[in-house]
Design a protein around this ligand. Sequence first.
Ligand SMILES: CC(C)(COP(=O)(O)OP(=O)(O)OC[C@H]1O[C@@H](n2cnc3c(N)ncnc32)[C@H](O)[C@@H]1OP(=O)(O)O)[C@@H](O)C(=O)NCCC(=O)NCCS
Length: 426
Amino acid sequence: MPAGSDLRNALQYVRRFRNEIFIIALDGAVVAHDNFGNVLMDIAALQSLGIRVVLVHGIAHQLQAAAKELGVEISDIDGTGSVDMKTLKLARGCASRVSQEILDGLFATHQTRGAIPNAIKAKPAGVIGGKDRQYAGRVDRVDIEYLQMQLSHGAIPVISPVASDAGGLVYRLNSDEVAEQLGQALGAIKLLYLTCEAGLELNGEALRNISTEEMGKMLKTYRGSFSATILSKLEFSLQACQGRVRRAHIIDGRLDECIVDEVFSNEGIGTMIHANEYQNIRSATPSDVNFVWALVRPAMEKDELVRRPLQGIQESILDFFVFEIDGAILGCAALRRYDAHTGEIASLHVSPPHTNRAIGSRLVRFIEEKAREDGIKTVFCLSTQAYSFFQQKLGYIETDSASLPESRKASYEASGRNSKVLKKEL
Ligand SMILES: CC(C)(COP(=O)(O)OP(=O)(O)OC[C@H]1O[C@@H](n2cnc3c(N)ncnc32)[C@H](O)[C@@H]1OP(=O)(O)O)[C@@H](O)C(=O)NCCC(=O)NCCS
């Protein structure tokens, strides 16, 4: 777990993730690695925090090792090529052994219960480009109810890349794809791919955080720069995040505490791929003044926001950001800069019929991101009625007016509103 000073930061994630589903995809090489015991400890930690974990594992490493040991020539390693009968037989043995090893490991780690469900129905991959894929399969259906039932009983389903079709024919699947399909079917908040490769780099720079748009462009231009293992994970992460999965992460599973460090810190240690949840947010322009005024005026009348004349909005409109859907402005907030390193999030408001749809928290996170890019290190927020929203949903802490910059203290005193003062270090 993170160091004490980071604990408060980690707690905001704990709250956000409780009862949410994480799909964790382990390459076979991760299961075989010396660090695997630590990976299991991280998984047990997630589960003890109320996160619902589904594990998917690969077998490429074990399959290659078994083929070498037995002197068998295999037709495919990862389920993406043509799988002949010999390869399928070996794959079935490897899949059972790896699943069992994970179950045993989970149980040995704080008695965490795992289960091997028969929750994936397969279908043949078929003939592609004139080539018969034989016993290579794809996911046909996920038994969502069955998995939910296991999760609600506190078990961790352990899913292998071997599954049968309705007629009982068995297929070898690609585990990265199985994980992505499970993520979509279960509406997972996170899909974590653990591999035995170093963090993702492009042109010597570590890629920590990338949107699906940027990832799509990057894959077009730099496809050849990635190993086959990483490329597969990038492509399935992209598909997942273009669908129902909120975030996908690619993590070096050889590092101690790799999962908790990635999930519970702002910086992370792997690469996070995210859908652009800020696509409805833009900077305000002078033509938005009347709409912003119409939005905030009722909140000023209720003393939720500090009173400002229309002229005040006109003069500061370029500090505002608006959340817009189909041309209608549903929310707004402003970033005021006190000095190079300090700012304030002000005039946050969401139109009442549209609250509780994450518009307010997205606006704040978006502005925090902008502030960070501008070199701002501390943001304040003054609120009379929504202070617990900032504390509980966005990790702000209460402070007192003495910590406000001098230039802001005077107007704080003069307003007489006695707002709570909150701040966050970015
Ligand atoms: C506070 C406000 C911006 C929240 O916007 P929103 O889009 O509804 O927020 P989100 O959808 O991101 O978050 C909703 C969550 O915050 C909680 N929440 C909303 N308003 C809250 C408040 N005033 N106090 C405490 N929690 C609040 C909701 O209960 C919900 O909790 P849940 O996720 O556990 O169900 C909005 O209610 C608003 O405009 N309030 C009036 C103006 C105001 O007070 N602005 C702040 C001044 S700086």
